[in-house]
Design a protein. Structure first.
Length: 185
């Protein structure tokens, strides 16, 4: 799926755009994901240094998503810099093609400014318009209260809890399984 570029402003007035990712964005998506994993290992599965995807793999995924009715890659961009991304990885098996797994990240200095919400709203609008998806799922650490609040505000509901699923140092954290029903307005 692809979307048209849409201009927006953060809560503090900074302009940014949400648009479909281009294959040429792959390296910047990888860099932002690695930076977030390094700065905030408490909310990300990959530890610093464990982000092993190659830009070529992300580029291929962006190309596939652009042609698929149940997948998409979006970016948020401000002044030429990538400040956020969202991926929907649509299931490939016929019985599951109505579902997609969501992943996203927003640069820490751009959080709580509406960037994540703009990405999620663009995804929801296009997914509903396209009509191939019924459910979008995600997992989030139970300790990531800001992300959980955003997901809930955008219509996601907790459907399950994986107890002590994540180990951070010597602490075990639950992982929440959340879903958005796109058939519901």
């Amino acid at each position: 799926m692809k979307i048209e570029s849409r201009q927006a402003r953060t809560r503090d007035g900074r302009p940014f755009a949400v648009r479909s990712a281009l294959p040429s964005d792959a390296g910047r998506v990888l860099d932002l994901a690695a930076a977030i994993a390094t700065r905030e290992p408490q909310w990300n599965v990959p530890e610093p240094g464990e982000v092993t995807l190659a830009a070529q793999a992300i580029e291929a995924a962006i190309r596939r998503a652009a042609a698929a009715p149940n997948a998409m890659h979006l970016v948020a961009e401000a002044d030429g810099a990538l400040v956020g991304w969202l991926t929907l990885d649509g299931e490939r098996h016929a019985k599951l093609r109505h579902t997609a797994e969501l992943g996203m990240g927003v640069a820490p200095e751009w959080r709580r400014q509406g960037v994540g919400r703009a990405l999620l709203e663009a995804m929801g609008r296009e997914a509903r318009r396209e009509g191939a998806l019924r459910r979008v799922t995600l997992s989030v650490f139970a300790s990531n209260l800001p992300a959980i609040g955003l997901y809930r505000a955008c219509g996601f509901e907790v459907e399950g809890i994986q107890r002590a699923q994540v180990r951070i140092g010597e602490t075990f954290v639950d992982r929440l399984l959340m879903a958005l029903d796109l058939a519901t307005p």
